[in-house]
Design a protein around this ligand. Structure first.
Ligand code: SF4
Ligand code: SF4
Length: 413
């Protein structure tokens, strides 16, 4: 019996290089960036981009959506495997392995322009008016602390981080409806004075690369919408691509220019005027509260995660979560939208004529020409009824009309 002996692996330091666990990621990155790496292909002027994630009045759903993205994935961006797109160094208060001072040090370095690489700011959640909380000695959302002149410490509000980092950022990307339009925390009657990133930074804000705030809405957003927007923006910053097309509200135009309804799996039912009365039914959901015909969102074609799921695909109505008017202008939820009264009545009237006509055409198309010639359908699965004289006449007229102006290749018996 022979024995296989394995060599002991080399020490981890010789495999990955020495790691100073007590410095921040940004400090380590800067040291790495100083050493030219001949193994990598020339990328363009930008090798590395830092991404500073800030969270305001948020439920963390946007973070969850982003890490679920698949094309491209967050891992693709972090590993730098997308051709032409610089490697992303992500600083995220939940996903980063650092914590405390080492984590905050990254943000401080960005503020002081010490990174030696460009950075983008990603903001999740809406921005509360911290003056309201401060009046009673509190705060709404904050990250890290800093020493005050009197020796005590104070939490640094997320909004203050945004104010500090936005001027030097290559791009500011608002992710999710709270960050893009204020969302639920900014709904009428909220006590926090919450607002969107765009409202907070103002109309005249431009990043260091000249970009206004980029908005990727959704509650939660489709993760792929976000990562794709990041990748396209980085290609632009790199000089490898044009500025992606954004609409007048800063949404990626190619993702938000069509309505949910235009790609809905139930749109055929709407067109034929058949509507669900209860949840769980397969027809169009407009009469039980779907706002899809007027809402700009691509979830019906892209799916929620990995091209799967999505509201109507899984039985849910559209409550307009990607829209600036959400939630106020879409409430009360689960009630028929006012405009649907006109459009669904129109579809019902048209559908009354359309449906029987389509069933007639369907019966005609469900026959081999040979079966018609032979006068029967040789199926062992069930009895297929022969068309009656009226149906035969309709089919004859149908064929005549179908071949009007064309050479007919076969003859209806
Ligand atoms: S379920 Fe909504 S989006 Fe789908 S067809 Fe009906 S109205 Fe349109
Ligand atoms: S379909 Fe409507 S509710 Fe669903 S994600 Fe899109 S906008 Fe939001």
């Amino acid at each position: 019996m022979s024995t296989i002996t394995l060599d002991a692996p080399p020490p981890i330091e010789t495999q990955v290089g020495g790691v100073d666990y007590f410095s921040s990621t940004a400090e380590r990155e800067r040291q790495v960036a100083l050493q030219p790496d001949e193994r990598t292909l020339p990328l363009g002027p930008i090798k590395v981009v830092h991404a500073f994630w800030l969270a305001g009045m948020s439920c963390d759903g946007c973070s969850i959506a982003a890490v679920g993205a698949t094309s491209p994935s967050v891992e693709d961006l972090i590993a730098g495997t997308i051709p032409g797109v610089p490697r992303v160094v992500l600083h995220h208060c939940v996903l980063s392995v650092e914590s405390g001072e080492e984590f905050i040090r990254n943000y401080e370095m960005a503020e002081k322009d010490e990174l030696g690489a460009p950075y983008v700011v990603i903001y999740e959640g809406s921005i509360a008016d911290e003056r309201i909380a401060a009046a009673t000695g509190g705060y709404f959302s904050a990250m890290g602390v800093e020493k005050k002149a009197d020796g005590t410490s104070r939490p640094i509000p997320s909004s203050e981080w945004l104010k500090r980092l936005a001027p030097g950022a290559a791009a500011v990307i608002a992710i999710g409806t709270c960050a893009t339009w204020g969302g639920v925390p900014a709904a009428t009657g909220n006590p926090t004075g919450s607002m969107s990133v765009m409202d907070f930074l103002g109309k005249d804000y431009r990043s260091s690369y000249g970009l206004p705030v980029i908005n990727v809405p959704g509650c939660s957003p489709i993760g792929d919408n976000f990562t794709e927007t990041v990748a396209c923006t980085l290609l632009f910053l790199q000089g490898h691509g044009p500025l992606p097309e954004f609409d007048e509200l800063g949404r990626p135009q190619w993702l938000f220019n069509e309505t949910v309804h235009q790609h809905c799996v139930r749109a055929g039912y709407y067109e034929e005027g058949t509507f669900a009365k209860r949840y769980g039914e397969k027809e169009c959901l407009v009469e039980i509260g779907c706002w899809g015909p007027v809402v700009q969102c691509n979830i019906t074609s892209r799916g929620a995660i990995n091209h799967m799921g999505g509201c109507m695909n899984t039985g849910g109505i559209c409550i307009g979560c990607t829209m600036p008017g959400f939630p106020d202008r879409f409430s009360p939820f689960y009630e028929k939208p006012p405009g649907a009264n006109i459009s669904s009545t129109g579809s019902k009237v048209l559908g009354t004529f359309m449906r029987p006509l389509r069933r007639i055409s369907q019966a005609y198309l469900n026959k081999e020409t040979r079966w018609v010639r032979q006068g029967h359908v040789p199926s062992g699965w069930g009895h297929v009824e022969k068309p009656g004289p009226i149906m035969k006449l309709i089919h004859k007229m149908y064929v005549k009309y179908q071949f009007l102006g064309s050479r007919k290749t076969w003859k209806e018996e």
